[in-house]
Design a protein around this ligand. Sequence first.
Ligand code: FE
Length: 133
Amino acid sequence: MVERLIRSKEEWRSILPPNRYRIMFEDGTEYPCLSRVDDFWEEGTYLCYACDLPLFASEAKFHSGTGWPSFWQPISTDAVEEHEDRSFGMRRIAVSCGRCGAHLGHVFLDGPAPTGMRYCMNSASLKFVPGQK
Ligand code: FE
């Protein structure tokens, strides 16, 4: 089990850079290909930028061609939470951090083997730590 970290939006706003705050706590989306870690293949772990919870391992990262960093599975089942998102006239599955609840991106069912999942993440929500976890 991941222990919850509860902070108000005002606290997060004072802690995070404005662009990261907007994406992680106001459900923003970053423009594709501006990403810091889209075309980036070093070995390591991707943490939640807000609370440092490990979210994805570099072994599960793949080139999706979307311009957003993409993974075929999270690092553990309770690292992320998934919930229905009906914004913008679409029906999507939003993905948030399992500890602090920050918005991370969306998951789609058109990913590669072995899971067939595509976790399409905002790079602003992630913090890369090099080396093995
Ligand atoms: Fe988090």
